[in-house]
Design a protein around this ligand. Structure first.
Ligand SMILES: Nc1nc2c(ncn2[C@@H]2O[C@H](COP(=O)(O)OP(=O)(O)OP(=O)(O)O)[C@@H](O)[C@H]2O)c(=O)[nH]1
Length: 599
Protein backbone atom coordinates (compact mmCIF):
# COMPACT_ATOMS: atom_id res chain seq x y z
CA UNK A 1 0.00 0.00 0.00
CA UNK A 2 2.73 2.41 1.04
CA UNK A 3 4.84 1.41 -1.97
CA UNK A 4 1.82 1.92 -4.26
CA UNK A 5 1.29 5.45 -2.92
CA UNK A 6 4.97 6.20 -3.44
CA UNK A 7 4.68 4.98 -7.03
CA UNK A 8 1.73 7.27 -7.58
CA UNK A 9 3.75 10.22 -6.29
CA UNK A 10 6.62 9.25 -8.50
CA UNK A 11 4.28 9.11 -11.50
CA UNK A 12 2.81 12.46 -10.62
CA UNK A 13 6.27 13.94 -10.27
CA UNK A 14 7.48 12.62 -13.57
CA UNK A 15 4.38 13.91 -15.39
CA UNK A 16 4.85 17.31 -13.78
CA UNK A 17 8.53 17.33 -14.76
CA UNK A 18 7.62 16.40 -18.30
CA UNK A 19 5.05 19.19 -18.44
CA UNK A 20 7.53 21.66 -17.02
CA UNK A 21 10.05 20.66 -19.66
CA UNK A 22 7.42 21.06 -22.34
CA UNK A 23 6.51 24.50 -21.00
CA UNK A 24 10.17 25.45 -21.16
CA UNK A 25 10.30 24.36 -24.78
CA UNK A 26 7.08 26.15 -25.80
CA UNK A 27 7.66 29.37 -23.91
CA UNK A 28 10.70 30.57 -25.89
CA UNK A 29 8.85 29.77 -29.16
CA UNK A 30 5.89 31.81 -28.07
CA UNK A 31 7.99 34.74 -26.96
CA UNK A 32 10.15 34.49 -30.11
CA UNK A 33 7.09 35.25 -32.15
CA UNK A 34 6.90 38.74 -30.73
CA UNK A 35 10.65 39.09 -30.80
CA UNK A 36 12.82 40.73 -33.47
CA UNK A 37 12.23 39.67 -37.08
CA UNK A 38 15.58 39.31 -38.84
CA UNK A 39 15.37 40.47 -42.43
CA UNK A 40 17.63 38.88 -45.04
CA UNK A 41 19.66 41.20 -47.22
CA UNK A 42 17.67 40.16 -50.31
CA UNK A 43 14.18 38.76 -50.74
CA UNK A 44 10.76 38.88 -49.15
CA UNK A 45 9.84 38.18 -45.53
CA UNK A 46 6.16 37.27 -45.34
CA UNK A 47 3.73 36.21 -42.62
CA UNK A 48 4.60 39.30 -40.59
CA UNK A 49 1.13 39.40 -39.08
CA UNK A 50 1.78 36.10 -37.33
CA UNK A 51 5.04 37.45 -35.94
CA UNK A 52 3.63 40.73 -34.68
CA UNK A 53 2.52 41.66 -31.19
CA UNK A 54 -1.09 42.74 -30.92
CA UNK A 55 -3.06 45.07 -28.70
CA UNK A 56 -6.81 45.60 -29.10
CA UNK A 57 -7.61 49.29 -29.38
CA UNK A 58 -9.70 50.81 -26.61
CA UNK A 59 -11.54 54.14 -26.87
CA UNK A 60 -9.03 55.54 -24.40
CA UNK A 61 -6.09 54.96 -26.72
CA UNK A 62 -4.11 58.10 -27.46
CA UNK A 63 -3.07 57.88 -31.12
CA UNK A 64 -0.10 60.24 -30.55
CA UNK A 65 2.80 58.41 -32.29
CA UNK A 66 5.34 59.07 -29.55
CA UNK A 67 2.99 57.62 -26.93
CA UNK A 68 2.18 54.64 -29.17
CA UNK A 69 5.87 53.90 -29.50
CA UNK A 70 6.18 53.71 -25.73
CA UNK A 71 3.23 51.36 -25.32
CA UNK A 72 3.79 47.91 -23.87
CA UNK A 73 1.44 45.03 -23.19
CA UNK A 74 1.41 43.61 -26.70
CA UNK A 75 0.48 39.94 -26.76
CA UNK A 76 1.33 37.25 -29.28
CA UNK A 77 -0.78 37.58 -32.42
CA UNK A 78 -3.62 35.13 -32.08
CA UNK A 79 -4.71 33.68 -35.45
CA UNK A 80 -8.26 33.72 -34.08
CA UNK A 81 -8.01 37.49 -34.36
CA UNK A 82 -7.90 37.06 -38.11
CA UNK A 83 -11.61 36.53 -38.09
CA UNK A 84 -12.60 39.17 -35.55
CA UNK A 85 -10.13 42.03 -35.39
CA UNK A 86 -11.83 45.33 -36.05
CA UNK A 87 -9.39 47.90 -34.62
CA UNK A 88 -6.01 46.94 -33.21
CA UNK A 89 -2.39 47.88 -32.85
CA UNK A 90 0.26 45.64 -34.39
CA UNK A 91 3.85 45.91 -33.26
CA UNK A 92 6.92 44.58 -35.06
CA UNK A 93 10.64 44.72 -34.32
CA UNK A 94 12.76 44.18 -37.42
CA UNK A 95 16.50 44.28 -37.99
CA UNK A 96 18.89 43.47 -40.82
CA UNK A 97 20.54 40.07 -41.16
CA UNK A 98 24.23 40.78 -41.86
CA UNK A 99 24.36 43.99 -43.89
CA UNK A 100 22.47 47.25 -43.26
CA UNK A 101 19.96 48.01 -46.02
CA UNK A 102 16.87 49.84 -47.21
CA UNK A 103 13.64 47.88 -47.06
CA UNK A 104 9.97 48.46 -47.76
CA UNK A 105 6.95 47.33 -45.79
CA UNK A 106 4.36 46.02 -48.29
CA UNK A 107 0.65 46.39 -47.43
CA UNK A 108 -2.18 45.29 -49.76
CA UNK A 109 -4.22 48.30 -50.74
CA UNK A 110 -7.75 47.02 -51.01
CA UNK A 111 -8.74 45.36 -47.83
CA UNK A 112 -8.62 48.00 -45.18
CA UNK A 113 -10.14 51.30 -44.32
CA UNK A 114 -7.37 52.84 -42.27
CA UNK A 115 -3.77 51.79 -41.76
CA UNK A 116 -1.60 54.28 -39.85
CA UNK A 117 2.04 53.22 -39.67
CA UNK A 118 4.70 54.60 -37.32
CA UNK A 119 8.32 53.61 -37.76
CA UNK A 120 10.97 54.38 -35.20
CA UNK A 121 14.38 53.98 -36.85
CA UNK A 122 17.55 53.11 -34.83
CA UNK A 123 18.58 56.79 -35.24
CA UNK A 124 15.53 57.81 -33.23
CA UNK A 125 13.79 59.24 -36.29
CA UNK A 126 10.01 58.76 -36.32
CA UNK A 127 8.44 58.15 -39.72
CA UNK A 128 4.70 58.12 -40.25
CA UNK A 129 2.57 56.83 -43.11
CA UNK A 130 -1.17 56.98 -43.50
CA UNK A 131 -2.91 54.55 -45.81
CA UNK A 132 -6.60 55.09 -46.23
CA UNK A 133 -8.90 55.51 -49.16
CA UNK A 134 -8.38 58.94 -50.59
CA UNK A 135 -5.56 59.83 -48.21
CA UNK A 136 -2.17 58.26 -48.77
CA UNK A 137 0.87 59.80 -47.08
CA UNK A 138 4.40 58.55 -46.64
CA UNK A 139 3.86 55.56 -48.93
CA UNK A 140 4.22 54.69 -52.56
CA UNK A 141 1.39 53.07 -54.54
CA UNK A 142 2.63 50.15 -56.60
CA UNK A 143 0.03 48.01 -58.33
CA UNK A 144 -2.20 46.50 -55.66
CA UNK A 145 0.09 47.50 -52.81
CA UNK A 146 1.38 50.34 -50.71
CA UNK A 147 5.08 50.41 -50.04
CA UNK A 148 6.44 52.15 -46.93
CA UNK A 149 10.26 52.56 -46.99
CA UNK A 150 12.48 52.29 -43.90
CA UNK A 151 16.14 51.52 -43.08
CA UNK A 152 17.10 48.23 -41.40
CA UNK A 153 20.30 47.92 -39.33
CA UNK A 154 22.18 44.89 -38.11
CA UNK A 155 21.72 44.41 -34.37
CA UNK A 156 19.62 47.57 -33.95
CA UNK A 157 15.93 46.80 -34.32
CA UNK A 158 13.56 49.20 -36.09
CA UNK A 159 10.21 49.32 -34.39
CA UNK A 160 7.06 49.43 -36.51
CA UNK A 161 3.67 50.10 -34.94
CA UNK A 162 0.52 49.89 -37.05
CA UNK A 163 -2.87 51.23 -36.06
CA UNK A 164 -5.25 49.12 -38.11
CA UNK A 165 -8.95 49.45 -38.80
CA UNK A 166 -10.17 46.91 -41.35
CA UNK A 167 -13.19 47.46 -43.56
CA UNK A 168 -14.52 43.95 -43.24
CA UNK A 169 -13.70 43.50 -39.56
CA UNK A 170 -11.00 40.93 -40.23
CA UNK A 171 -7.30 40.97 -40.89
CA UNK A 172 -7.47 37.63 -42.69
CA UNK A 173 -6.80 38.83 -46.25
CA UNK A 174 -4.11 41.34 -45.23
CA UNK A 175 -0.74 39.84 -46.01
CA UNK A 176 2.02 41.99 -44.61
CA UNK A 177 5.52 41.52 -46.00
CA UNK A 178 8.90 43.25 -46.08
CA UNK A 179 11.23 43.26 -49.06
CA UNK A 180 14.64 44.74 -49.78
CA UNK A 181 14.20 48.09 -51.57
CA UNK A 182 16.20 47.09 -54.64
CA UNK A 183 14.25 43.89 -55.23
CA UNK A 184 11.02 45.79 -54.69
CA UNK A 185 11.99 48.43 -57.29
CA UNK A 186 12.71 45.65 -59.80
CA UNK A 187 9.39 44.01 -59.03
CA UNK A 188 7.60 47.37 -59.38
CA UNK A 189 9.03 47.96 -62.84
CA UNK A 190 8.02 44.40 -63.83
CA UNK A 191 4.49 45.13 -62.62
CA UNK A 192 4.40 48.39 -64.57
CA UNK A 193 5.48 46.52 -67.69
CA UNK A 194 2.84 43.81 -67.28
CA UNK A 195 0.11 46.33 -66.55
CA UNK A 196 1.18 48.46 -69.54
CA UNK A 197 1.02 45.44 -71.82
CA UNK A 198 -2.28 44.23 -70.38
CA UNK A 199 -3.98 47.60 -70.69
CA UNK A 200 -2.47 48.23 -74.14
CA UNK A 201 -3.72 44.92 -75.51
CA UNK A 202 -7.14 45.27 -73.90
CA UNK A 203 -7.58 48.80 -75.22
CA UNK A 204 -6.48 47.63 -78.68
CA UNK A 205 -9.06 44.82 -78.65
CA UNK A 206 -11.78 47.16 -77.44
CA UNK A 207 -10.92 49.72 -80.14
CA UNK A 208 -10.76 47.05 -82.85
CA UNK A 209 -14.21 45.76 -81.92
CA UNK A 210 -15.60 49.28 -81.70
CA UNK A 211 -14.45 49.86 -85.29
CA UNK A 212 -16.00 46.53 -86.32
CA UNK A 213 -19.26 47.57 -84.68
CA UNK A 214 -19.25 50.91 -86.45
CA UNK A 215 -18.73 49.25 -89.83
CA UNK A 216 -20.83 46.06 -89.39
CA UNK A 217 -23.40 47.25 -86.84
CA UNK A 218 -23.49 43.82 -85.17
CA UNK A 219 -24.67 43.95 -81.55
CA UNK A 220 -22.12 41.32 -80.44
CA UNK A 221 -19.25 43.74 -81.09
CA UNK A 222 -20.91 46.55 -79.15
CA UNK A 223 -21.59 44.28 -76.16
CA UNK A 224 -18.00 43.03 -76.33
CA UNK A 225 -16.80 46.64 -76.18
CA UNK A 226 -18.96 47.45 -73.14
CA UNK A 227 -18.13 44.17 -71.31
CA UNK A 228 -14.40 44.49 -71.91
CA UNK A 229 -14.43 48.16 -70.92
CA UNK A 230 -16.03 47.10 -67.63
CA UNK A 231 -13.32 44.46 -67.21
CA UNK A 232 -10.67 47.05 -68.06
CA UNK A 233 -12.02 49.40 -65.37
CA UNK A 234 -12.24 46.56 -62.82
CA UNK A 235 -8.58 45.80 -63.53
CA UNK A 236 -7.85 49.53 -63.38
CA UNK A 237 -9.17 49.77 -59.80
CA UNK A 238 -7.70 46.39 -58.86
CA UNK A 239 -4.24 47.41 -59.99
CA UNK A 240 -4.54 50.93 -58.61
CA UNK A 241 -3.96 52.59 -61.99
CA UNK A 242 -7.40 54.14 -62.01
CA UNK A 243 -6.99 55.65 -58.56
CA UNK A 244 -3.51 56.94 -59.34
CA UNK A 245 -4.12 58.45 -62.77
CA UNK A 246 -7.81 58.65 -63.68
CA UNK A 247 -10.13 59.03 -60.69
CA UNK A 248 -10.37 62.61 -59.44
CA UNK A 249 -9.24 63.12 -55.86
CA UNK A 250 -12.84 63.71 -54.72
CA UNK A 251 -13.92 60.27 -55.94
CA UNK A 252 -11.14 58.33 -54.21
CA UNK A 253 -13.09 57.77 -50.96
CA UNK A 254 -15.86 56.19 -53.09
CA UNK A 255 -13.47 53.66 -54.60
CA UNK A 256 -15.18 50.61 -53.02
CA UNK A 257 -18.59 51.68 -54.32
CA UNK A 258 -17.18 52.32 -57.79
CA UNK A 259 -15.49 48.93 -57.70
CA UNK A 260 -18.71 47.16 -56.71
CA UNK A 261 -20.57 48.99 -59.48
CA UNK A 262 -17.94 47.94 -62.04
CA UNK A 263 -18.13 44.29 -60.94
CA UNK A 264 -21.94 44.39 -61.33
CA UNK A 265 -21.58 46.10 -64.73
CA UNK A 266 -19.04 43.50 -65.88
CA UNK A 267 -21.36 40.60 -65.09
CA UNK A 268 -24.45 42.33 -66.49
CA UNK A 269 -22.72 43.14 -69.80
CA UNK A 270 -21.05 39.73 -69.91
CA UNK A 271 -24.50 38.11 -69.61
CA UNK A 272 -25.86 40.29 -72.43
CA UNK A 273 -22.82 39.45 -74.54
CA UNK A 274 -23.30 35.74 -73.81
CA UNK A 275 -26.92 35.82 -74.96
CA UNK A 276 -26.02 37.47 -78.27
CA UNK A 277 -22.73 35.65 -78.87
CA UNK A 278 -23.95 32.13 -78.07
CA UNK A 279 -27.53 32.91 -79.20
CA UNK A 280 -28.77 31.38 -75.97
CA UNK A 281 -32.48 32.22 -76.55
CA UNK A 282 -32.33 29.75 -79.49
CA UNK A 283 -29.85 27.17 -78.23
CA UNK A 284 -30.69 27.19 -74.49
CA UNK A 285 -34.38 28.17 -74.34
CA UNK A 286 -34.87 26.88 -70.77
CA UNK A 287 -31.74 28.37 -69.21
CA UNK A 288 -31.72 31.67 -71.07
CA UNK A 289 -34.64 33.32 -69.17
CA UNK A 290 -32.77 32.73 -65.89
CA UNK A 291 -29.86 34.79 -67.15
CA UNK A 292 -32.28 37.65 -67.81
CA UNK A 293 -33.99 37.17 -64.42
CA UNK A 294 -30.72 37.31 -62.48
CA UNK A 295 -29.50 40.34 -64.40
CA UNK A 296 -32.12 42.72 -63.00
CA UNK A 297 -31.41 42.39 -59.26
CA UNK A 298 -27.68 42.52 -60.02
CA UNK A 299 -28.03 45.73 -62.02
CA UNK A 300 -30.38 47.34 -59.49
CA UNK A 301 -28.25 46.43 -56.44
CA UNK A 302 -25.10 47.55 -58.29
CA UNK A 303 -26.64 50.99 -58.76
CA UNK A 304 -28.44 51.26 -55.41
CA UNK A 305 -25.28 50.59 -53.37
CA UNK A 306 -23.87 53.85 -54.76
CA UNK A 307 -26.28 55.87 -52.63
CA UNK A 308 -26.73 53.59 -49.61
CA UNK A 309 -25.48 54.89 -46.22
CA UNK A 310 -22.12 53.45 -45.13
CA UNK A 311 -23.76 51.07 -42.63
CA UNK A 312 -25.63 49.23 -45.39
CA UNK A 313 -22.88 49.42 -47.98
CA UNK A 314 -20.97 46.32 -46.83
CA UNK A 315 -24.17 44.24 -46.96
CA UNK A 316 -24.96 45.57 -50.44
CA UNK A 317 -21.39 44.91 -51.62
CA UNK A 318 -21.61 41.33 -50.33
CA UNK A 319 -24.98 41.03 -52.11
CA UNK A 320 -23.47 42.21 -55.42
CA UNK A 321 -20.55 39.81 -54.98
CA UNK A 322 -22.94 36.92 -54.31
CA UNK A 323 -25.20 37.75 -57.28
CA UNK A 324 -22.13 38.21 -59.50
CA UNK A 325 -20.78 34.82 -58.49
CA UNK A 326 -24.20 33.29 -59.13
CA UNK A 327 -24.37 34.92 -62.55
CA UNK A 328 -20.86 33.74 -63.33
CA UNK A 329 -21.75 30.17 -62.36
CA UNK A 330 -24.93 30.35 -64.45
CA UNK A 331 -23.02 31.65 -67.47
CA UNK A 332 -20.32 29.01 -67.12
CA UNK A 333 -22.95 26.32 -66.79
CA UNK A 334 -24.85 27.63 -69.83
CA UNK A 335 -21.61 27.85 -71.81
CA UNK A 336 -20.69 24.28 -70.80
CA UNK A 337 -24.12 23.09 -71.92
CA UNK A 338 -23.85 24.93 -75.26
CA UNK A 339 -20.34 23.60 -75.70
CA UNK A 340 -21.59 20.06 -74.94
CA UNK A 341 -24.14 20.51 -77.71
CA UNK A 342 -21.32 21.34 -80.11
CA UNK A 343 -21.98 25.09 -80.34
CA UNK A 344 -18.68 26.75 -81.20
CA UNK A 345 -19.45 30.02 -79.40
CA UNK A 346 -20.25 28.09 -76.20
CA UNK A 347 -16.79 26.52 -76.27
CA UNK A 348 -15.12 29.89 -76.85
CA UNK A 349 -17.02 31.56 -74.00
CA UNK A 350 -16.35 28.65 -71.63
CA UNK A 351 -12.62 28.64 -72.37
CA UNK A 352 -12.27 32.42 -72.10
CA UNK A 353 -14.14 32.83 -68.81
CA UNK A 354 -12.64 29.70 -67.27
CA UNK A 355 -9.20 31.21 -67.76
CA UNK A 356 -10.24 34.43 -66.06
CA UNK A 357 -11.95 32.62 -63.18
CA UNK A 358 -9.02 30.22 -62.69
CA UNK A 359 -6.48 33.05 -62.64
CA UNK A 360 -8.61 35.00 -60.15
CA UNK A 361 -9.01 31.90 -58.00
CA UNK A 362 -5.25 31.39 -57.90
CA UNK A 363 -4.81 34.93 -56.66
CA UNK A 364 -7.51 34.55 -54.02
CA UNK A 365 -5.75 31.44 -52.72
CA UNK A 366 -2.54 33.46 -52.63
CA UNK A 367 -4.19 36.29 -50.70
CA UNK A 368 -5.53 33.79 -48.17
CA UNK A 369 -2.02 32.35 -47.74
CA UNK A 370 -3.21 28.99 -49.01
CA UNK A 371 -0.64 28.71 -51.81
CA UNK A 372 2.96 29.85 -52.29
CA UNK A 373 3.23 33.28 -53.85
CA UNK A 374 5.15 33.93 -57.02
CA UNK A 375 5.44 36.79 -59.48
CA UNK A 376 3.45 34.79 -62.03
CA UNK A 377 0.55 34.03 -59.69
CA UNK A 378 0.41 37.65 -58.54
CA UNK A 379 0.04 38.79 -62.16
CA UNK A 380 -2.03 35.84 -63.34
CA UNK A 381 -5.33 37.69 -63.03
CA UNK A 382 -4.19 40.33 -65.53
CA UNK A 383 -2.79 37.73 -67.90
CA UNK A 384 -6.07 35.77 -67.57
CA UNK A 385 -8.04 38.92 -68.43
CA UNK A 386 -6.02 39.55 -71.59
CA UNK A 387 -6.37 35.91 -72.66
CA UNK A 388 -10.10 36.08 -72.07
CA UNK A 389 -10.50 39.26 -74.10
CA UNK A 390 -8.33 37.89 -76.92
CA UNK A 391 -10.18 34.56 -77.11
CA UNK A 392 -13.58 36.24 -77.17
CA UNK A 393 -12.39 38.68 -79.85
CA UNK A 394 -11.08 35.81 -81.96
CA UNK A 395 -14.39 33.97 -81.50
CA UNK A 396 -16.28 37.05 -82.65
CA UNK A 397 -14.02 37.55 -85.69
CA UNK A 398 -14.35 33.89 -86.61
CA UNK A 399 -18.12 34.15 -86.44
CA UNK A 400 -18.14 37.33 -88.53
CA UNK A 401 -15.90 35.66 -91.11
CA UNK A 402 -18.24 32.69 -91.28
CA UNK A 403 -21.27 34.94 -91.62
CA UNK A 404 -19.53 36.97 -94.30
CA UNK A 405 -18.60 33.79 -96.12
CA UNK A 406 -22.25 32.68 -96.00
CA UNK A 407 -23.34 36.13 -97.14
CA UNK A 408 -20.89 36.04 -100.08
CA UNK A 409 -22.12 32.59 -101.03
CA UNK A 410 -25.73 33.77 -100.95
CA UNK A 411 -24.78 36.80 -103.05
CA UNK A 412 -23.01 34.57 -105.53
CA UNK A 413 -26.04 32.28 -105.84
CA UNK A 414 -28.32 35.25 -106.14
CA UNK A 415 -26.27 36.82 -108.90
CA UNK A 416 -26.02 33.44 -110.66
CA UNK A 417 -29.80 33.15 -110.54
CA UNK A 418 -30.20 36.66 -111.84
CA UNK A 419 -27.73 35.89 -114.56
CA UNK A 420 -29.75 32.81 -115.56
CA UNK A 421 -32.93 34.87 -115.72
CA UNK A 422 -31.23 37.27 -118.11
CA UNK A 423 -29.49 34.81 -120.39
CA UNK A 424 -30.80 33.10 -123.49
CA UNK A 425 -30.25 29.40 -122.78
CA UNK A 426 -29.62 28.44 -126.41
CA UNK A 427 -26.91 30.90 -127.35
CA UNK A 428 -25.65 32.32 -124.04
CA UNK A 429 -26.36 35.86 -125.26
CA UNK A 430 -28.50 38.16 -123.08
CA UNK A 431 -32.26 37.82 -123.58
CA UNK A 432 -34.96 40.36 -124.40
CA UNK A 433 -35.78 40.86 -120.70
CA UNK A 434 -32.22 41.96 -120.01
CA UNK A 435 -32.18 44.20 -123.09
CA UNK A 436 -35.26 46.04 -121.86
CA UNK A 437 -33.72 46.61 -118.39
CA UNK A 438 -30.49 47.71 -119.98
CA UNK A 439 -32.22 50.18 -122.27
CA UNK A 440 -34.29 51.48 -119.34
CA UNK A 441 -31.07 52.07 -117.40
CA UNK A 442 -29.57 53.86 -120.40
CA UNK A 443 -32.54 56.13 -120.77
CA UNK A 444 -32.62 56.87 -117.03
CA UNK A 445 -28.89 57.67 -117.24
CA UNK A 446 -28.04 55.24 -114.43
CA UNK A 447 -24.37 54.99 -113.52
CA UNK A 448 -22.58 52.15 -115.26
CA UNK A 449 -25.01 52.22 -118.18
CA UNK A 450 -22.54 54.18 -120.35
CA UNK A 451 -23.07 57.19 -122.59
CA UNK A 452 -23.86 57.90 -126.24
CA UNK A 453 -24.19 54.25 -127.16
CA UNK A 454 -25.17 53.03 -130.61
CA UNK A 455 -27.23 50.00 -131.52
CA UNK A 456 -26.83 47.29 -134.16
CA UNK A 457 -29.66 44.91 -135.08
CA UNK A 458 -28.83 41.66 -136.93
CA UNK A 459 -31.29 39.29 -138.59
CA UNK A 460 -30.26 36.17 -140.51
CA UNK A 461 -31.52 35.98 -144.08
CA UNK A 462 -33.86 33.12 -144.93
CA UNK A 463 -33.19 31.32 -141.68
CA UNK A 464 -36.38 29.38 -142.20
CA UNK A 465 -34.74 27.93 -145.30
CA UNK A 466 -31.69 26.82 -143.26
CA UNK A 467 -33.99 25.11 -140.75
CA UNK A 468 -35.93 23.49 -143.53
CA UNK A 469 -32.81 22.30 -145.38
CA UNK A 470 -30.47 21.25 -142.54
CA UNK A 471 -32.89 20.66 -139.73
CA UNK A 472 -33.77 22.56 -136.54
CA UNK A 473 -30.75 21.24 -134.64
CA UNK A 474 -28.39 22.56 -137.28
CA UNK A 475 -30.35 25.84 -137.17
CA UNK A 476 -29.68 25.99 -133.43
CA UNK A 477 -25.98 25.46 -134.03
CA UNK A 478 -25.97 28.26 -136.61
CA UNK A 479 -27.46 30.60 -133.99
CA UNK A 480 -24.81 29.56 -131.44
CA UNK A 481 -22.01 30.04 -133.97
CA UNK A 482 -23.43 33.44 -134.88
CA UNK A 483 -23.16 34.54 -131.27
CA UNK A 484 -19.60 33.19 -131.00
CA UNK A 485 -18.56 35.14 -134.11
CA UNK A 486 -20.22 38.35 -132.92
CA UNK A 487 -18.50 38.09 -129.53
CA UNK A 488 -15.12 37.90 -131.28
CA UNK A 489 -15.80 41.33 -132.77
CA UNK A 490 -17.44 43.01 -129.78
CA UNK A 491 -15.79 44.60 -126.73
CA UNK A 492 -16.44 43.27 -123.29
CA UNK A 493 -18.83 46.03 -122.34
CA UNK A 494 -20.91 45.82 -125.53
CA UNK A 495 -24.18 44.02 -124.84
CA UNK A 496 -25.28 41.28 -127.26
CA UNK A 497 -28.91 40.18 -126.88
CA UNK A 498 -31.10 37.70 -128.68
CA UNK A 499 -34.43 39.38 -129.32
CA UNK A 500 -36.00 36.13 -130.42
CA UNK A 501 -35.73 33.63 -133.33
CA UNK A 502 -32.82 34.70 -135.56
CA UNK A 503 -32.90 38.35 -134.53
CA UNK A 504 -30.09 39.88 -132.38
CA UNK A 505 -29.37 43.35 -130.99
CA UNK A 506 -26.02 44.79 -129.95
CA UNK A 507 -25.97 47.84 -127.66
CA UNK A 508 -22.58 49.46 -128.12
CA UNK A 509 -20.92 51.27 -125.29
CA UNK A 510 -19.60 54.82 -125.79
CA UNK A 511 -19.62 54.57 -129.58
CA UNK A 512 -19.23 57.50 -131.90
CA UNK A 513 -21.25 57.51 -135.11
CA UNK A 514 -18.42 56.17 -137.23
CA UNK A 515 -17.71 53.51 -134.61
CA UNK A 516 -21.22 52.04 -134.66
CA UNK A 517 -21.23 51.73 -138.44
CA UNK A 518 -17.70 50.31 -138.33
CA UNK A 519 -18.70 47.72 -135.72
CA UNK A 520 -21.74 46.80 -137.83
CA UNK A 521 -19.48 46.28 -140.87
CA UNK A 522 -17.10 44.09 -138.89
CA UNK A 523 -19.99 42.04 -137.48
CA UNK A 524 -21.46 41.58 -140.92
CA UNK A 525 -18.10 40.57 -142.32
CA UNK A 526 -17.48 38.11 -139.48
CA UNK A 527 -20.86 36.45 -140.09
CA UNK A 528 -20.66 36.24 -143.85
CA UNK A 529 -16.99 35.89 -144.78
CA UNK A 530 -16.43 32.26 -143.75
CA UNK A 531 -19.11 29.63 -144.30
CA UNK A 532 -20.75 27.98 -141.26
CA UNK A 533 -19.88 24.31 -140.92
CA UNK A 534 -22.42 22.27 -138.96
CA UNK A 535 -21.88 18.53 -138.51
CA UNK A 536 -19.49 18.52 -141.47
CA UNK A 537 -22.04 20.29 -143.75
CA UNK A 538 -21.40 23.77 -145.10
CA UNK A 539 -24.32 26.11 -144.38
CA UNK A 540 -24.53 29.31 -146.36
CA UNK A 541 -25.39 32.12 -143.96
CA UNK A 542 -25.98 35.80 -144.62
CA UNK A 543 -27.41 38.54 -142.44
CA UNK A 544 -29.05 41.93 -142.77
CA UNK A 545 -27.93 44.63 -140.36
CA UNK A 546 -29.56 47.85 -139.18
CA UNK A 547 -27.51 50.49 -137.34
CA UNK A 548 -28.59 53.31 -135.01
CA UNK A 549 -25.34 55.28 -134.57
CA UNK A 550 -26.44 57.47 -131.64
CA UNK A 551 -29.00 56.82 -128.94
CA UNK A 552 -28.79 60.27 -127.42
CA UNK A 553 -32.23 61.22 -128.68
CA UNK A 554 -33.64 58.21 -126.88
CA UNK A 555 -31.85 59.16 -123.69
CA UNK A 556 -33.48 62.55 -123.56
CA UNK A 557 -36.73 61.29 -125.08
CA UNK A 558 -37.06 58.68 -122.39
CA UNK A 559 -38.50 55.77 -124.44
CA UNK A 560 -36.23 52.78 -124.82
CA UNK A 561 -38.66 50.96 -127.11
CA UNK A 562 -38.34 53.87 -129.54
CA UNK A 563 -34.68 52.98 -130.09
CA UNK A 564 -35.61 49.42 -130.96
CA UNK A 565 -38.09 50.79 -133.49
CA UNK A 566 -35.29 52.85 -135.11
CA UNK A 567 -33.04 49.81 -135.30
CA UNK A 568 -35.92 47.76 -136.68
CA UNK A 569 -36.59 50.41 -139.32
CA UNK A 570 -32.93 50.35 -140.39
CA UNK A 571 -33.01 46.54 -140.52
CA UNK A 572 -36.21 46.62 -142.53
CA UNK A 573 -34.50 49.00 -144.96
CA UNK A 574 -31.56 46.54 -145.27
CA UNK A 575 -33.97 43.69 -145.97
CA UNK A 576 -35.73 45.93 -148.51
CA UNK A 577 -32.44 46.67 -150.20
CA UNK A 578 -32.09 42.95 -151.00
CA UNK A 579 -30.79 41.51 -147.69
CA UNK A 580 -27.16 40.74 -146.73
CA UNK A 581 -26.33 44.43 -146.29
CA UNK A 582 -26.13 47.22 -143.72
CA UNK A 583 -28.55 50.13 -143.42
CA UNK A 584 -27.93 53.08 -141.14
CA UNK A 585 -30.77 54.87 -139.37
CA UNK A 586 -30.50 58.59 -140.03
CA UNK A 587 -33.89 60.16 -139.28
CA UNK A 588 -37.44 59.94 -140.64
CA UNK A 589 -36.48 59.33 -144.23
CA UNK A 590 -33.30 57.59 -143.16
CA UNK A 591 -30.93 59.75 -145.20
CA UNK A 592 -27.99 58.08 -143.54
CA UNK A 593 -28.77 54.67 -145.04
CA UNK A 594 -25.63 53.29 -146.50
CA UNK A 595 -25.45 51.72 -149.94
CA UNK A 596 -26.04 48.00 -149.73
CA UNK A 597 -23.03 45.97 -148.98
CA UNK A 598 -23.31 42.84 -151.00
CA UNK A 599 -20.83 40.06 -150.82
N1 LIG B 1 -33.39 26.43 -135.23
C1 LIG B 1 -34.12 27.37 -134.67
N2 LIG B 1 -34.98 28.05 -135.41
C2 LIG B 1 -35.71 29.02 -134.84
C3 LIG B 1 -35.61 29.32 -133.48
N3 LIG B 1 -36.45 30.36 -133.17
C4 LIG B 1 -37.06 30.69 -134.32
N4 LIG B 1 -36.63 29.88 -135.33
C5 LIG B 1 -37.01 29.88 -136.73
O1 LIG B 1 -36.42 31.01 -137.34
C6 LIG B 1 -37.20 31.35 -138.44
C7 LIG B 1 -37.34 32.85 -138.44
O2 LIG B 1 -37.77 33.21 -139.68
P1 LIG B 1 -38.13 34.67 -140.06
O3 LIG B 1 -37.31 35.63 -139.22
O4 LIG B 1 -39.60 34.86 -139.99
O5 LIG B 1 -37.69 34.78 -141.52
P2 LIG B 1 -36.38 34.34 -142.24
O6 LIG B 1 -36.59 32.95 -142.67
O7 LIG B 1 -35.18 34.55 -141.41
O8 LIG B 1 -36.36 35.34 -143.43
P3 LIG B 1 -36.01 36.85 -143.37
O9 LIG B 1 -35.82 37.29 -141.97
O10 LIG B 1 -37.14 37.55 -144.02
O11 LIG B 1 -34.76 36.92 -144.15
C8 LIG B 1 -38.51 30.59 -138.27
O12 LIG B 1 -38.58 29.54 -139.21
C9 LIG B 1 -38.47 30.03 -136.86
O13 LIG B 1 -39.11 28.73 -136.78
C10 LIG B 1 -34.71 28.58 -132.72
O14 LIG B 1 -34.54 28.75 -131.50
N5 LIG B 1 -33.99 27.60 -133.36
Amino acid sequence: MHTRRLMRWRDRLSIATLLALLMLLVAPVASARVDVVVLPERGITTDLKQRAGVLPVTPALDPDPSRLMGLGGFSVFDPALDASAGRMLLSLQVQADEVDGSHVLRVPRRFFQQFDIFILTPDGELRTASLSLGDVRGAQRVGREFAVPFPARVGEPTRIVMLVETAQGSLRPVQLSIQDAEGFARRASGTTLVLGLVFGILLGLVFHNLMLYLSLRRRGHLLYVVAMLSLLLVLGIDSGLLQDHVLPEALLPHEPRIYVLLVASLLVTASLFFQVFVDSPRHLPRLDPWIGRLRWPLAVLGLVQLVLPATYFVAAAVGVQALSSLMLLLLLWAAALASHRGIFEGKVFLLAWSLLVASNLARTLLTLDLIEGSWLIEHLFYIGAVLEAAILAMGLSFRVRELRHGHDEALRKHSAARQLANIDPLTGAYNRRFLEHHLDALVAGKPGAGSSPGMVMIDLDDFKHINDTHGHVAGDEVLRELVRRCQQVLREDDVLCRLGGDEFVVVLRDSREADAVEVARRLHEKITRAPFVVDGCVVEVSASVGVVPRLEGAKSGGDPVEVLRWADAALYRAKGLGRNCIAVYGGDDMPGASPPTVR
